[in-house]
Design a protein around this ligand. Structure first.
Ligand SMILES: [Mn+2]
Length: 315
């Protein structure tokens, strides 16, 4: 497998980079790509970032941390992209031309000519932190802010099970770069647009309990999103709402995607395997966070899942 040293050498030997992050970019996609871009630019190289969708408002200030220039890129790198399809339609033309992929997803499809995969890293930003150090670049305040956003958002503010002591060590070293810690945390974790509050009210209205409150289901429909002015995929973290209720072991989020098409997310406590439930319906994922898609009548899908849970888990 390619080592961090190898990819550091490879990057040093090229000059004109294009860095790709996935569609519907999250904090890790934005943070890791911008930190790498700024690091390469600080080495006197040319680098730019391409992603299908606009950067969410709360991460937009990171765009000012890089120089924006037009040039013909010669080396193509993806960060935080497990499957080349996540580039999105408008960037699909690059899908068979990626020279290097830097990622932390176990499910990585190895679509690039070269891949650096560290599945033990909680975020791509954690890897980029090591890489920038390996390249001998001094991590400045701006790079540190990009990386802190990636590290903190991909771990749900250091709460998810992917967090290790290394995650905290990286975060500690980033904080030592004098980042605007309080302001960034407030902006990212303690601030919600009013339209999200409106949507949450509708979501809580749809909440139903089953099996003595051990299972909770919420619904999200395109109409609900539309009436609140929230774009599809704009509101992260919906799927964690039902599981966060006291006593709930299985939290299910049913999102209607179109006429008769549903995306179902399952979040479970330690006792129950979400991936086992989802596999039963043709999906998959992590042990306590998984999902599947369903086509047909909503009532049928709900009955089927509840039947399965009742038979396999609570009988
Ligand atoms: Mn990530």
């Amino acid at each position: 497998m390619t080592s961090l040293k190898d990819i550091s050498k490879t990057l040093k030997s090229h000059n004109d980079f294009c860095i790709f992050a996935h569609k519907y970019p999250d904090g890790d996609a934005v943070g890791s790509s911008h930190a790498l871009c700024r690091a390469l630019q600080s080495m006197g190289k040319r680098a730019k970032i391409l992603m299908e969708d606009e950067i969410p408002q709360k991460y937009k200030f990171l765009e000012e941390y890089i120089k924006h220039e037009e040039f013909q890129s010669e080396f193509l790198v993806t960060v935080d992209i497990a499957d080349v399809k996540q580039l999105g339609e408008s960037l699909d033309k690059y899908s068979d031309k990626i020279d290097l992929c830097i990622d932390h997803h176990v499910t990585n499809k190895k679509y690039a000519a070269d891949t650096f995969l560290d599945a033990s890293a909680a975020s791509a930003s954690e890897i980029i932190y090591d890489l920038i150090n390996e390249m001998g670049v001094n991590i400045d305040k701006e790079m540190a802010e990009c990386l802190y956003i990636g590290v903190s958002t991909d771990t749900g503010c250091f709460k998810y099970s992917n967090v290790t002591s290394r995650t905290h060590r990286v975060a500690a070293e980033l904080i030592e770069k004098n980042i605007n810690l309080k302001e960034i945390n407030r902006l990212i974790f303690d601030t919600k647009p009013k339209k999200f509050i409106k949507l949450e009210m509708l979501i809580y209205n749809s909440l139903e309990y089953f099996f003595d409150g051990k299972c909770a289901i919420i619904f999200v429909t395109p109409d609900m999103l539309k009436s609140c002015g929230v774009k599809e995929n704009e509101f992260e973290g919906i799927a964690s709402i039902p599981r966060s209720i006291e006593g709930v072991e299985i939290g299910i989020t049913i999102r209607q995607k179109g006429e008769g098409a549903y995306k179902i997310s399952v979040r479970t406590s330690e006792k129950v395997s979400a991936s086992k439930i989802c596999k039963q319906f043709g999906g998959g994922g992590h042990i306590n966070a998984a999902g599947f898609t369903f086509e047909g009548k909503l009532d049928n899908s709900r009955t089927k899942i509840l039947d399965y849970i009742e038979k396999k888990i609570y009988l």
